[in-house]
Write a protein that binds this ligand. Structure first.
Ligand code: COA
Length: 162
């Protein structure tokens, strides 16, 4: 069985992430969404909330993936899942340098794990979780970028912090 891990901060998961996930599911027998607990970012949502939002977002999938949080090195998590690949989305040239660095470092750490880059649909290439958070915070319409559940929770989050 070919297993891949799709890691990220997912703060929150967007339709761009879901698009990459769907593509990965066509290539692998199983894809696990790995929500990083510590990413060096200061996430809006706790790791438990980010896992819950991802789980809710994939509910309608024909083959809903597992969503698991992880701490520590990604390659160790990949190994613990019996996976052979890491999935990353490449949206624009600007993603390349960071992704290239991470892929090569992960290869250095564990040479039997490959990183696979998938391109999301063009209409999602400018999308990022922080842009969605910012539009949500400022009261704009972000309904086409996230699932209705994520939209609701984001709105509630900012309503509370006002
Ligand atoms: N659609 C929409 N947005 C996307 C996207 C897509 N298809 N692909 C990436 N993004 C966005 C994310 O929303 C995020 O946006 P933000 O920065 O505005 O919040 C940004 O692109 C990149 O985030 P993400 O894909 O979640 O990755 P990340 O850079 O936050 O996560 C980890 C990086 C978690 C994979 C990495 O830090 C890691 O592996 N950590 C574990 C520790 C480790 O092993 N370190 C050594 C690594 S070499």
């Amino acid at each position: 069985m070919r297993i891949a891990v799709y890691p990220g901060t997912f703060d929150p998961i967007t339709k761009g992430h879901l698009d990459v996930l769907e593509r990965a599911q066509r290539l692998f027998d199983k894809v696990v969404i790995a929500v990083a607990a510590n990413t060096g970012k200061a996430p809006l949502f706790s790791v438990e909330e980010r896992v819950a939002l991802a789980l809710e977002s994939v509910k309608g999938f024909e083959n809903p993936p597992e969503v698991i949080s992880f701490n520590g090195l990604l390659v160790d998590f990949v190994q613990s899942q019996g996976a052979c690949a890491i999935i990353r989305g490449l949206r624009a040239v600007s993603d390349f340098e960071f992704e290239f660095q991470m892929a090569l470092m992960n290869r250095k750490l564990r040479k039997d794990v490959e990183t696979i880059f998938l391109m999301p649909r063009e209409s999602y290439t400018y999308l990022s979780s922080s842009i969605v958070r910012e539009v949500a915070k400022l009261g704009g319409d972000f309904s086409s970028f996230v699932t209705p559940h994520v939209e609701k929770i984001l709105k509630e989050k900012f309503a509370k912090s006002l």
